[in-house]
Design a protein around this ligand. Structure first.
Ligand SMILES: *Cc1c(COP(=O)(O)O)cnc(C)c1O
Length: 802
């Protein structure tokens, strides 16, 4: 289509005119973005077809990664890099008077996810394709992604994110590959020739229509598929006689119910209606995906017994775990297999990743709600449950408590994590610590029953997106020092170790960091109207707002620092800029209050002339993937300060490490493995250890009052929340005050003293730039094992067998 700058220019102009019917001069940036996007999609499409043909002809085993979230962000720049046409496009556009950077900004962030779990799914897609592995995603094409966060008077306000308003250049709608998904109704049991058959009647059909997006590998001609399902009403189902009178409104209601399925990423589930909708979404994803997977399988293969050798289905957390009963349904009701055979195939095909031990995140559904929405699936779950409990009875005769705890159905609930463990062949955690806690605490009874199911796969991040593309300055100096092989094999970043004390390399690294910090400062000025000093330490805390992630602990340190500065304006302190970003769930009152607190504190501190700009606070509104790509390369200090044992892995921590930031963190999630890789002397770890936290929970003997009474700094800080300049805000920080002094569930007060010490160490370390840069280089050099390529290779070998 184009092979050099000149042919690119011709192709671009032709297309600009043919799509938009305007001269180049009259087109908008949006027109230009859309034009380049379609060119890139078509550029990739011959390899897309070829990749599918290769898989089909070789009957290659396929992996399907089912996830309710894919936090894709932008794709254009990554695809230009992966297809090796970035430079041609950039130069060509420049000659047409178009700045490619401005054009690329036009792409909306696809925010079809919440945070780490959704971003992980997106980085996995990148690794599948770049490693030439046959892995595809299955998800939902939400019309609205995660809400857009506005800040009004310091408060978070949620606005719908209509990311599709200008269309999505990457998707291809395939209406000929639609499937029907059925809700409600009832099941009739028939006996024919002494065989039971099940007939689902009076159901409401919904049409699942696939929108396929190409997942382009890095310079390797592989293009896999991310299939996002849209929901449409099935008008064939509607009797024309219904289109008048009262029935007309019933048809409209049916349409409304259907469209609701694809509307929002997270429907408000505080109501029964919202809960039903969320369950509907889960079954919609699972049923459409499995029907389409099975149909493709049957087109290419003869025998259903071979299914586990040809297909692996992975469920990202419990959200798609209805894949287990749905596959059973398809095999038994549609394909006529017997229970035992269907069960053997299903459990060999499906695997599951657990993402959290937070109890509020372990999904359950009220049985009555579940049964009326999915009657046949419920019957199958009952049968799975019954067979499992019968076996349990042999192991634990008479131990009803144990059986109730391990059953899928108990306490009037359907327990999704239990279904996941029982119906899959592999259960993995996402860091060594998290997997250890799963095996020895949360799921220890299952571990005894099924010792070989449990394993660990430490999360990873795409080093292509998070280093090569997000931080081209750093990538360039790495290439100059050690060559480009790390791009194919990120472990080779190890070669950089040799340069940790190389003064010339240190200088280059410092230059890159300074440039990135200046760029970020300019962007923050444009975005938030705030002037920050690029020579200050950029101390960054960006992630979802949640009590366990302890944004409060960070704020407490800032309040303490502010007090010290007020008492002694000449305090020898390297100026710091504290950067926060993150969304709070709309119904999470405490987290929203913390957003307000950050903004209230920012208002007080940023305006205080007496501290001579030594500290500044920035809250970046509407934090998303593109913000992360801009902020992380400019970061000096990475805040990874969750309550030990609570952060299953974290992936933000890895992105910062790979970009040379220093981590201040707890012994939690993947921080521990980062420490093993780089050496504890090159990180700033502090606070309670996971076993200490778990010990306090178990014994119930953490006395927050004792800590509070011992440390006058804490008294001062907490009083600010109710009576200082912060307390005089119209906001209600009392709830924070009381929740901390009530039981301080996340040990903010307990870890405060050791956190402040670690922060002081950081200030001291930063003043010795040579040593700082040497540590920074060692962090980059040892970050290769946190590439999602390593993670995907481990899943491929140990779980999916591809
Ligand atoms: C990486 C990433 C996350 C996950 O960050 P954690 O610090 O691991 O919680 C969340 N949101 C976005 C946009 C990300 O890029």
């Amino acid at each position: 289509m184009f092979s050099n700058k000149e042919s690119f220019k011709i192709a671009f102009m032709d297309r600009l005119v043919s799509i938009h019917g305007k001269d180049v001069g009259a087109t908008t940036i949006a027109d230009q973005y859309y034009t380049l996007g379609t060119m890139v999609r078509e550029y990739a499409s011959s390899n897309w077809v070829k990749t599918n043909d290769v898989y089909k002809n070789a009957k290659t085993k396929q992996v399907y990664y089912l996830s309710m979230e894919f936090l894709l962000g932008k794709l254009l720049k990554n695809y230009l890099y992966n297809l090796d046409i970035y430079q041609i496009s950039k130069d060509g556009l420049k000659e047409l008077g178009i700045d490619i950077e401005v054009l690329m900004e036009e792409e909306p962030d696809a925010g079809l996810g919440n945070g780490g779990l959704g971003r992980l799914a997106a980085d996995f897609m990148d690794s599948f394709a770049s490693l030439n592995l046959p892995g595809h995603g299955c998800g939902i094409r939400y019309k609205y992604g995660l809400f857009e966060q506005k800040i009004i008077d310091g408060y978070q306000v949620e606005v719908p994110d209509y990311w599709l308003k200008e269309g999505n250049v990457w998707e291809v709608r395939k209406s000929d590959k639609a499937f029907e998904v059925r809700f409600g109704g009832k099941v009739i049991t028939n006996t024919q020739n002494r065989e039971l058959t099940f007939e689902h009647i009076d159901y409401e059909p919904v049409l699942a229509v696939p929108y396929d997006m190409p997942m382009v590998g890095y310079k390797n001609d592989t293009v896999n598929t991310l299939r996002l399902w849209g929901a449409e009403s099935k008008m064939k189902h509607v009797d024309p006689a219904d289109l008048s009178g009262q029935s007309y409104y019933k048809v409209i209601e049916y349409k409304r119910r259907t469209e609701a399925i694809e509307e929002f990423l997270y429907p408000d589930d505080s109501t029964e209606e919202g809960k039903v909708l969320r369950l509907k979404q889960q079954y919609f994803l699972v049923s459409a995906s499995l029907q389409s997977i099975l149909e493709r399988f049957k087109r290419i293969n003869d025998n259903l017994i071979d299914l586990p050798d040809k297909i692996a289905i992975h469920t990202n957390d419990t959200h798609p775990v209805l894949a287990i009963p749905e596959l059973m349904r398809l095999l038994i009701d549609n394909e006529g297999l017997g229970w035992e055979q269907a069960w053997a195939i299903t459990t060999k095909t499906i695997s599951y990743t657990n993402h959290t031990i937070l109890s509020e995140a372990l999904e359950t559904w009220p049985i009555n709600l579940f049964q009326s929405l999915l009657p046949r699936i419920f019957m199958i779950i009952e049968e799975i449950n019954e067979r499992f409990c019968t076996k349990l009875w042999d192991t634990y005769p008479g131990d009803w408590d144990k059986i109730a705890k391990l059953a899928i159905l108990s306490d009037d609930q359907v327990k999704m994590a239990n279904l996941a463990v029982i119906g899959s062949h592999s259960v993995n955690g996402v860091s060594k610590l998290h997997s250890h806690i799963l095996k020895n605490q949360l799921m220890k009874d299952y571990k005894k029953l099924m010792p070989n199911k449990f394993n660990n796969k430490t999360n990873g991040i795409s080093h292509r997106r998070w280093l090569l593309v997000a931080n081209p300055g750093l990538a360039d100096i790495i290439n100059d020092a050690i060559g480009r092989t790390w791009i194919e094999n990120p472990k080779e970043l190890q070669e950089l170790k040799k340069y940790s004390n190389d003064q010339a390399f240190q200088q280059e690294l410092q230059n890159v960091k300074n440039r990135n910090k200046k760029d970020l400062a300019n962007w923050i000025y444009k975005q938030e109207g705030l002037v920050i000093d690029p020579s200050s330490i950029f101390d960054v805390h960006i992630k979802r707002m949640h009590a366990y992630k302890r944004q409060l602990l960070n704020l407490f340190h800032i309040i303490d620092l502010y007090r010290r500065l007020k008492e002694n304006p000449n305090l020898g302190l390297t100026p710091r800029t504290f950067i926060f970003g993150g969304k709070a769930a709309p119904s999470y009152y405490l987290a929203k209050n913390v957003v307000k607190l950050i903004n209230a504190l920012a208002k007080v501190i940023n305006q205080d002339k007496t501290i001579k700009n030594k500290i500044k606070i920035v809250f970046i509104k509407n934090y998303g993937v593109s913000d992360a790509e801009r902020i992380i390369p400019a970061t000096d200090v990475s805040e990874q300060i969750s309550t030990a044992s609570k952060e299953a892995s974290g992936t933000g921590n890895m992105k910062f490490m790979m970009n040379g930031a220093m981590t201040i963190g707890t012994m939690d999630g993947a921080n521990i493995e980062m420490g093993e890789a780089v050496g504890l002397e090159n990180m700033f770890l502090f606070g309670l250890k996971p076993e200490e936290v778990l010990g306090f929970y178990k014994r119930g003997d953490y006395d927050v009052r004792e800590i509070y009474n011992q440390d006058p700094r804490l008294k001062f800080i907490l009083e600010q929340l109710i009576s200082g300049p912060l307390g005089r805000e119209d906001a209600d920080f009392k709830s924070i005050y009381y929740s901390l002094l009530h039981n301080d569930e996340y040990f903010v007060l307990k870890d405060f003293a050791s956190y402040v010490k670690a922060q002081n160490k950081i200030s001291f370390a930063y003043s010795n730039q040579q040593e700082w840069l040497s540590k920074s280089i060692l962090n980059i050099a040892n970050s290769g094992e946190f590439s999602s390529d390593r993670t995907i290779q481990e899943y491929s070998k140990d779980i999916w067998n591809i």
